[in-house]
Write a protein that binds this ligand. Sequence first.
Ligand code: UT7
Length: 321
Amino acid sequence: MNAKIIGTGWELPAYEADNNYLSTIMDTSDEWITERTGIRKRHLAKEETTTSLAAGAAGKALKASGLRAEQIDLLIVATITSDTETPSTACRVQAELGAVNAVAFDINAACSGFLYAIHTADAFIRSGIYKNALLVGAETLSKLVDWTDRSTCVLFGDGAGAAVLTSSEQGGVTAQTVGSDGSRWEVLSCTGRSNHNPICQEPAGPGFLQMNGQEVFKFAIKTVPLCIEDALEQAGIPAEKVTYFLLHQANKRIIQSVAKRLKQSEDKFPMNIDQCANTSAASLPILLAQMDEQGRLHSGDILVLSGFGAGLTWGACVMEW
Ligand code: UT7
């Protein structure tokens, strides 16, 4: 049995901050951000929280799936911006939805989080342990970025996307590749918690997301094509047969570079980075859910999802819609 998506949903905060607005509060410009990244605006949470965005997207995905909340066996939220250190965002979403029979937990794999969630759900569904899984990618990165660091803060946005997966004899996830390289954790990190135990007094670190952008860029354009090729080889599907490649929306130039390396038309690489910026773990499920809503996905389509991010982490999966 394969894990197949039967419903999707997305939710963005109401407030939109375009590049021109950012240029009024820091030394940047619409021209720089658009040319270097493809981003034109991002949504920033004001009233919304990671939990409210996650629950909103999850509720829509559940409704679209036709399942009732009690039928969900597994509820995973991929996030690096949980509102609470504990409990997990997944437990709070479970409570919001009334998914009383689900086992709920978060995955912290940064921008690869949704792929790690698919990887995990697929293993549980394939083994027969669980039948129905609700996966969410949700972030409020606006609370994690340093708003005095123009090289990072302009890149990120807030939002959530979700998908319900069920065990299916036909279609669904057919191949995956995921990986991690913890030796390179400092390339993209957020440290900051202080220690006040009786024997050790350590001050807090910077507390903001810190990134070597060029290192991440090089890592992405090298690793993403390789892991996509690996997943396609496992699935026995040539790149030409893929309907859409949905890539983590971090930078338009990264997506264009991957398209070039795979020798595929850019038309097969849908983007919403101009509207949403980089929403980390939420980026792939938001893009998927928006395409689903727009009626762009049809039964039998072959999709490749791929992402990369802090950890370092990366992944790709092949699925039949
Ligand atoms: O989800 C995964 C997480 N992250 C990523 O995927 C990010 C991957 N990396 C990137 O997307 C790109 O490296 C960036 C968009 C972050 C940066 O683009 P870049 O072409 O590598 O620019 P750069 O860092 O080499 O900076 C070029 C110039 C610098 O000025 P000087 O030294 O040439 O005078 C920066 O200070 O651009 C300057 N700069 C800015 N200027 C205006 C950096 N940020 C800004 C800004 N506005 N926001």
